[in-house]
Design a protein around this ligand. Structure first.
Ligand code: SF4
Ligand code: SF4
Length: 152
């Protein structure tokens, strides 16, 4: 995240659908939690997080290894937009900046936009760094053995 061309505290001044593409992207804190596989209870709608990660998630950096062309490998990876946040917010991590702003809440003080460094999300213990297993190694029928609480 370069910070270039981002308006000063733009997230406090602009609605989500008024942000530029770089501003929208910069909201992502790099926690990696949305790239963990989830299990949804069909009856209750409850969503459980597992530490079994998408095949493209880099466990060390918590970033997607092929973000720009990820749909070649993971066609159903969601492209989050202001127009589809209503649909997805319920399963998104509690600390996700998109969800927080959608809920009208402020960014946490460890957010890289406030600290100026991507490392702060890891130092705060809210990312999935060094916590994940690859979906290549864990068959889907075993995912329920790897349910975790969201690190917050
Ligand atoms: S959960 Fe939100 S802040 Fe974290 S990596 Fe995903 S989109 Fe970014
Ligand atoms: S394709 Fe990339 S962005 Fe999408 S879930 Fe997988 S690691 Fe995350």
């Amino acid at each position: 995240m370069s910070g270039a061309k981002l308006g000063h505290k733009f997230w406090e001044r602009k609605a989500l659908d008024q942000m530029t593409a770089p501003e929208w992207e910069a909201l992502c804190d790099g926690c990696g939690k949305c790239c963990l596989n989830k299990l949804e209870d069909e009856d209750t709608g409850d969503v459980a997080l597992t530490r079994v990660a998408c095949r493209l998630l880099d466990d060390a950096t918590c970033r997607c290894a092929h973000y720009e062309n990820r749909h070649q490998f993971v066609p159903d990876c969601i492209v989050l937009k202001p127009s589809n946040l209503d649909t997805h917010a319920y399963w998104m991590p509690q600390t996700c900046a998109y969800r927080l702003l959608w809920e009208g809440k402020p960014l946490p003080d460890w957010h890289p936009l406030l600290t100026g460094t991507a490392q702060s999300v890891h130092d705060a213990g809210v990312s999935v760094q060094n916590r994940t297993l690859s979906e290549f190694d864990i068959p889907e029928e075993d995912w329920e053995d790897y349910i975790i609480e969201e690190p917050t």
